[in-house]
Write a protein that binds this ligand. Structure first.
Ligand code: KG4
Length: 334
């Protein structure tokens, strides 16, 4: 089944052509360079750039896949959650295409598609499994009981892990997107030199990252005011270690408590080098099979939307032209 998939939830305009779990093309136009000068994504600029890019990105995706519009069996699109103006560009483009081609329109939840990035090169991976989805806007542990059935076990009560990485990186003077740059410069953590707080949550599988973020920002401001030097690579490594400690401890505990044997990582932060390495070591110790997406599918892309779209289609989750974009929506919305 040939799906034309569209992603525009944040600062990447992407169109992919997929065939079940196979990727025929995956074109991404990133806006990072433009948002960098503001230190983060400016929603209004993101919407405008999506509008400018989407037709060309779509043409390129068709060309690279070697197909034409008449070969398309369905159109899938990220409709939630994300920046509302940015989502609307993709949703309206998808609605127009599906109407013009007379093919089904498949709405895809952004976090579900991040999880589906793991299906691309792994024919053996099938639900049920436990999943940690860590991105710029979300941190959630979910039981994936079927391709379109999700049971959230824990989620962040305030900031996402990616937000914590991005904002602490900014305090350290690193450019956007901070998480990637913090990961690159981090050396060896020193928790005596830079002690950071461990957050407490009521539900043992929930997360909280805002206190950690504030602690780092205050630490940097205090040292700067006193004219003291900050060892940036060491502080970056200490932040990364603390975030990974929290993510790994809670996720492994959730996998064991719920009796799963397979764990999947998803979302932009799943590209983090320490998270991958330490989670792998922990899973090996506990006899858990670990999957994480290839780096090129960790960030926002339409290939993962097409793959999840295929399973949404099989479950009957299609929409008519009344489909709207939604800024927030739980992963288990139906
Ligand atoms: O999934 P994603 O591309 O967008 C959202 O849907 O949010 O995730 C973006 C997030 C940003 O916070 C970015 O800094 C973070 O993923 N990120 C990383 C790394 N690569 C991307 N964080 C830590 N280490 C990385 N290597």
């Amino acid at each position: 089944m040939i799906i034309l998939a569209i992603e525009s939830s944040c600062d990447e305009t992407s169109v992919a052509i997929t065939d079940e779990r196979k990727i025929l093309s995956n074109i991404i136009a990133t806006q990072i360079a433009e948002h960098k000068i503001y230190g983060g994504v400016v929603p209004e600029i993101a919407s405008r750039r999506h509008t400018e890019a989407i037709s060309q990105v779509c043409d390129k995706a068709l060309c690279e896949a070697g197909i034409t519009y008449s070969d398309i069996d369905a159109v899938a699109v990220t409709f939630a959650p994300g920046l509302i103006g940015a989502l609307l560009v993709g949703v309206n483009f998808a609605k127009g295409l599906s109407y013009a081609l007379g093919v089904p329109l498949i709405p895809v939840h952004h976090l579900r598609s991040h999880i589906a990035a793991n299906y691309i090169d792994t024919p053996e991976l099938k639900p049920p499994f436990m999943c940690l989805t860590v991105s710029g806007g979300n941190t959630i542990i979910t039981e994936v009981t079927d391709y379109t059935k999700f049971n959230p076990i824990g989620r962040t009560t305030d900031d996402a892990a990616g937000e914590c990485f991005d904002k602490t990186a900014r305090a350290l003077g690193l450019s956007y997107p901070g998480g990637v740059n913090l990961d690159k410069i981090a050396t060896v953590a020193d928790t005596k030199k830079y002690p950071l707080p461990t957050p407490h949550t009521e539900n043992q599988f929930d997360f909280s990252f805002s206190g950690l973020k504030t602690a780092v920002v205050n630490l940097v401001h205090n040292k700067t005011q006193k004219g003291e030097e900050i060892d940036t690579p060491v502080l970056a490594a200490t932040i990364r270690q603390k975030v990974c400690d929290i993510l790994i401890q809670k996720t492994i505990s959730a996998v064991k408590t719920h009796g799963h044997k397979t764990l999947v990582l998803a979302g932009g932060v799943s590209a983090n080098s320490e998270l991958r390495a330490r989670m792998q070591a922990e899973c090996d110790r506990e006899g858990i099979k670990l999957y994480y997406p290839p780096l090129k599918y960790c960030g926002d892309n339409a290939a993962m939307v097409g793959v999840q779209g295929y399973y949404e289609y099989l479950s009957g989750n299609t929409s008519d032209a009344s489909l709207n974009a939604t800024a927030t929506l739980p992963i288990n919305y139906r």
